[in-house]
Design a protein around this ligand. Structure first.
Ligand code: GDP
Ligand code: IMO
Ligand code: MG
Length: 430
């Protein structure tokens, strides 16, 4: 038995989907444990691109079981549409390959409406959410008035619950935001239909995990978002509404911390961020444009241009700490080909003081100026390289510098979006 957790070490979109898909054949189970369809995980296999928002990234491998754990928030319409598209391609013929926790909370239309209304009203204070209703759905979960996936199969109790919640939701939507109220009757009908359609997938995923671990299976946990979007450890309030760090695996899937063997932090060879919030190494000049162009840095969920900048080792060191990273996956090395010089941020200068630690407050993070170290770039195209020895010397030095700054070894390197464009340095599963 061996368990590996894969989490984003930056602000999301590090290439988690690609790495999870690549690791897929080594895992018997792949499980999502937090977030919802704010995630957009891109898998490129033999030239065909699949973007997954809720379904775990192990799904393209016939042999794998894919779990959506209780810590995830599920938009039933989106999940069913994703399932339909996979079925159409002949991928999800057997529904038993996808299990959805009955305890996962449901994202309802009023969550999306509230997300949109609040953001449009917030002006400069907006977070730049994905508009998928994630925050409002997690709010209801914590306020103990949420609807869970299993509730969709209990129509009588469900109607009563929906009517009770609707009063409050529609009051906020209409009176506070001047938005349209949600029709509870229609919503109830939709919920019943979703419950029926989801029936073949609803299960006790915690029990499946426990049994699998006892049977000596390999399990891969797939994080969504990233360390600095974590509700506690990220750049609050410019974060998402769930814990995205490795610790969330336990609460979001139902296993204890003693069951986790390795935690791999996934990072780009540079840094990106979508949405508002501090980003010390952001490049707002031509260089940033070049990174965006070369890396095709546009969101997989919303299509928004991603903000781009140099690699930030201060950020990565903090990610090592809060996730207990044992390994790194360094992605998109191919995008750095052709730069004469590369910069790595090794410290911040905040109010004239140099620090190697990520600051505690948002205000300090906003004032942080990067202290850079310059490394030589490389000209060679690294795509197609399959062994670390093939990489140009400068690329290897760049990787080694990241390893020494983070005191964490790289287990995987990625040199292109395709599944095969991956260099393995060390095995993660036993
Ligand atoms: P995720 O949310 O962490 O799964 O990442 P996204 O899928 O949102 O964004 C990562 C993007 O980079 C996707 O378009 C991937 O296909 C692409 N990608 C991943 N690894 C590499 C790589 O090594 N090189 C290149 N050029 N693209 C990559
Ligand atoms: P993956 O899994 C990048 C960002 C949003 C916004 C903030 C809050 O593909 O890496 P939310 O809709 O969650 O309330 O938005 O978090 N965000 C992401 N950024 N990748 C993601 O997921 C993200 N999910 C949310 O842009 O800044
Ligand atoms: Mg993404």
């Amino acid at each position: 038995m061996s368990t590996v957790v894969a989490v984003g070490a930056q602000w999301g979109d590090e290439g988690k989907g690609k790495i999870v898909d690549w690791l897929g054949p080594r895992a018997d189970l792949v499980a999502r444990f937090q977030g919802g369809n704010n995630a957009g995980h891109t898998l490129v296999v033999e030239g065909e691109t699949t973007i997954l928002h809720v379904v775990p990234s192990g799904i393209l491998h016939d042999g794998s079981l894919n779990l959506i754990g209780p810590g995830v928030v599920v938009d039933p319409g989106i999940l069913l549409e994703e399932v339909r598209k996979l079925e159409e391609r002949g991928i999800l013929k057997d529904p038993s390959r996808l299990r959805v926790s009955g305890r996962a909370h449901v994202i309802l239309p009023w969550h999306r409406a509230l997300d949109a209304a609040r953001e449009s009203k917030a002006g400069k204070g907006r977070i730049g959410t994905t508009g998928r209703g994630i925050g409002p759905a997690y709010e209801d979960k914590v306020a103990r008035r949420g609807i869970r996936v299993a509730d969709l199969r209990q129509p009588e109790a469900l109607r009563e619950k929906l009517e009770r919640i609707a009063e409050q939701k529609n009051f906020e939507l209409t009176s506070l935001h001047g938005a349209e109220a949600v029709d509870v009757g229609e919503l109830f009908e939709a919920c019943v239909a979703w419950g029926r359609a989801l029936e073949p997938y609803i299960d006790h995923t915690g029990r499946i995990l426990d049994r699998s671990l006892r049977a000596g299976k390999n399990v891969l946990f797939e994080g969504a978002q990233g360390t600095f979007l974590d509700i506690d450890h990220g750049t609050y309030p410019f974060v998402t509404s769930s814990n995205c760090v490795a610790g969330a695996v336990c609460t979001g899937s139902g296993i204890g911390p003693t069951k986790i063997d390795r935690v791999i932090g996934i990072t780009k060879a540079y840094t990106t961020r979508v949405g508002e919030g501090p980003f010390p190494t952001e490049l707002t000049d031509e260089l940033g444009e070049e990174l965006r162009r070369a890396g095709a840095e546009f969101g997989a969920t919303t299509g928004r241009p991603r903000r781009c900048g140099w690699l930030d080792a201060v950020l990565l060191r903090e990610a090592v700490t809060v996730n207990g990273l044992t390994d790194l996956a360094i992605n998109k090395l191919d995008i750095l080909s052709g730069f004469d010089e590369l910069q790595i941020c090794t410290a911040y200068e905040i109010d004239g003081k140099v620090t190697e630690d990520f600051p505690m407050t948002l205000a300090e993070a906003e004032r942080a100026k990067p202290v850079y170290e310059t490394l030589p770039g490389w000209r060679e195209d690294v795509r197609g390289m399959t062994r670390i020895e093939e990489l140009p010397d400068a690329a290897r030095r760049y990787i080694e510098r990241i390893e020494s700054l983070t005191e964490t070894p790289a287990a995987l390197l990625s040199v292109g979006p395709g599944r095969e464009e991956t260099i393995i340095v060390r095995e993660l599963f036993d």
